[in-house]
Design a protein. Sequence first.
Length: 254
Amino acid sequence: MRGLTGKRVLISGGTSGIGLATARRFLEEDARVFVAGRDPDKVDRAVADLAPVGEIDGMSCDVSREDEVVALVKAAEDALGGIDVLINNAGTSRHDSFLDITPDRWDRILEINLRGMFLVAQAVSRRMVARSTGGVILNMASTNALGGEANLAHYNASKGGVLLLTKTMAVELGPHGIRVNALCPGYIRTPLTSALEAEAGEEDEGAEYARSIPLGRIGRADEVAGAYAFLASDDASFINGAELVIDGGQLAVM
């Protein structure tokens, strides 16, 4: 992709699944990467595994905690010398019927998926505005931001919030030269989706989804990583306030 060489990239939720694949993709594009994740051991493992690919560092962070986000952004800036691209990827999910969701479970999903998205984006964008050099912020939404799915009311609500947060940020930050867009993946094979299948006792859920997707399969993490790379690149220089759906055509089905 054009314009990614040397870019300084912070990736939240960068230690597994889509985030880890995205860290690898940006390193392959000769960018410099700083990853964050809640588990310190997973951060260390991701950095060690990807160190042969390129320049990478990282630290643990709970994105729902403001003090930890402030520390994360400072550490990333100290390591990279600034942040040009934020991959705002941290998120979680679980299956609960609407009638059974407890307030605590509701709050935790929204704390990570929406509050965390806001806190990291605000902290990074403040630095970008202060530097007056522009930048790119890419928020992880979902096809669940565009349509409801049973047993995921808390997750659906959080991702719908991410989508409108993204559009509002694009309106306010565009004049500062900061592009803000969202990714809306469909069913992607990751450790999280595998854990959700096991939790629900539906080991073949991916195969069931595949039958509803025109391409006939579920997605791969590296395919979402490629979309992140495109939207961060100069090839997407006039794309702002948009959502890019990556679902194999699932939402196109009537």
